[in-house]
Design a protein around this ligand. Sequence first.
Ligand code: ARG
Length: 588
Amino acid sequence: MKRLMELLQEELCAAFEKAGYDGKYGKVALSNRPDLCQYQCNGALAAAKEYHKAPIQMAEEVVDILKDSHTFREISAQKPGFINMVVADDFLADYANAMAADERFGCEEAGEKETIVIDYGGANVAKPLHVGHLRSAVIGESIKRTARYMGHKVIGDVHLGDWGLQIGLIITELRSRKPELVYFDENYSGEYPEEPPFTMADLEEIYPYASKYSKEHEDYKEAAQAATAELQGGRRGYLALWKHINRVSVEDLKVIYDKLNVEFDLWKAESDAQPYIPDMVQGMKDGGYAHMDQGALVVDVKEETDTKEIPPCMILKSNGATLYNTTDLATIVERKKLFDPKQIIYVVDKRQGLYFEQVFRCAKKTKIIGEDVDLTFVGFGTMNGKDGKPFKTRDGGVLRLEALLAEVTEEVEKKMADREMAEAARKDAAAKVALAAIKYGDLSNQPAKDYIFDLERFTSFEGNTGPYILYTIVRIKSLLNKVREQGIAVPAGAKILPLGNKTQTDVILALSKWSDTVETAFAEQAPYKICQFLYELSDAFNKFYHENKIATNEDESLRASHIKLSTLVGKVLETAIDLLGLEAPDQM
Ligand code: ARG
């Protein structure tokens, strides 16, 4: 289905041609003076230069050709050469009816279906999730859902950090607390126990303790580094402990991600890429891409056009150890082999931007991935507290995701305390509203921007917030329930009627942006565009709702038309919030 703007543009282009000018000048844009008109074309201003004519004269010629077109209610030339347009009511109603008849509301799937891997979440086993991981999960999930809606084959991978120093720290601390454990006996060759020697709660205490202790005691830090190296070198007992750490952490992470309505297709980790490293390194050496620099193996990645210094990408340290880079490069090798993707999108803290620039350049230069594969970095900013500093919870501690969820849910429950709802329904609704508050508060910003987490504002049921959008959906759900329960008849062939009613027109104009919104949100990895769409449509619908009798309208065809439009708005809103990873309750 063509976009509304495309349809207008086609008419304008044809008119420019008919007037003897190049059709390319018929470009249509949303009006920047919505008080005067809905759409505008500024082409005559540009065309005037080519044809050496007064722009207003050219605009008038084009308007003259279009003045009898059924597409427009008003079309006029304005000085110095704008063409202002107001679309005809039946044209708008036809468009809305076409959207209603299509299960994708006019948004077509991408012509070419591509395989896309999205690397997001990025939690580290045994370490608590922090706010950076929250942002990655929330933004990545929305990008994944939008890409999938566009028809692409999308693989979301959590890419856990499970191969770093944190494991060595835990092993070291465990060893000092329980040296008798069989995992530390180098002569042991039997099976290791099924049951882990710790719980998640233990790990949550052990890791911060060991991390702090290592910063104050050099020998302890060295022991942890040695343990990490031994683990990576394949020491059996340590591998068995590492497996326990992973299993316990992943179980815990699954619960949290589930609460966030974030689902990964793959639960791969840094360790999964390790088997690909030896061949990859060999290839880099054989290809002449890597060279030794002070004992380390590096690949130069600077380019002539660089305006800032891009340091070489280190592949192996002088002691032969691998790095974060090495793992990321080997993960590209693995993804290429398993999925042969057309694009890999990384949703990571923007402070890792330079790092990913090095990795991407290195991957292309060493030909572990083709030039035609898009490696895309979506870097996000920091979530700050009202003091402008990285967010802390009420007790001043570093953010723990569960604590944040609990705090927001409590606030929402307070706001909903007076609702007459069954206890279970209230709990369900509060959880959904709280999640919407957090996620929408995040997603409504451009990813790269820092933003302030404002509990009061994010949980407000009014304004550009998640709860407001859910509230609008709930309003439509209960309206349609009433229609159903009271047996209010809507004839089978009922149509949205052309009414020339401003509130309805605004709803349809907002709806008509659907396909463009989804396509741009996907192409630019910009979920905030979906938020803007949601807010505009919700706002337009709520005005329509207040100013028109819908289910109780005495005029049967008007009633049916209004119900039909409300149904369409409800469906589009629900589809859009699903792209953000949100759900609406039945009541709130
Ligand atoms: N685990 C990393 C961290 O906590 C994020 C991983 C991002 N993804 C990647 N492929 N490096 O910072």
